[in-house]
Design a protein around this ligand. Structure first.
Ligand code: 5GP
Length: 118
């Protein structure tokens, strides 16, 4: 069952300026901010300024912009946390574990073994 985009999802409210968040980076097509329940220190989320539920709905220009922002965030995380391992994770659909239905990429300074312990 496909989820349709809802304007009242939590990330849409952030983009509208209706709820607070800790901003990491912003440009015309993307926003990056700290995850409120980090799976490791420095857990960042990157979202497009496009109303897309998941990867299937993401337009090419936003897909490219999200990835470019993810690169910037990852490079900053490597410097700040002095570690090489940065996990890029992105869930599509409730079955996969997606809980916020506005496309987002996780960037988590961690190893896959550490994450598995959560
Ligand atoms: P998903 O499971 O959909 O891939 O991940 C959603 C992520 O959004 C989770 O890691 C969760 O901690 C994060 N999140 C949920 N609500 C908020 C919020 O209000 N603020 C922030 N900064 N992150 C949130």
């Amino acid at each position: 069952q496909q989820t349709t985009y809802k304007d009242d999802n939590i990330f849409a409210k952030m983009l509208d300026g209706d709820i607070p968040y800790h901003k990491v980076y912003e440009d015309d097509k993307t926003l990056a901010f700290m995850d409120i329940m980090p799976q490791a220190a420095g857990h960042v989320l990157v979202i497009p300024k496009q109303k897309a539920v998941d990867l299937a709905e993401l337009e090419p220009e936003y897909a490219s912009a999200v990835l470019m922002t993810a690169k910037k965030v990852m490079q900053a995380q490597r410097q700040v946390f002095e570690r090489e391992g940065i996990i890029q994770m992105q869930l599509n659909g409730a079955e996969a574990g997606q809980t916020v239905f506005h496309y987002h990429v996780h960037l988590i300074p961690s190893s896959i073994h550490e994450l598995g312990r959560h």
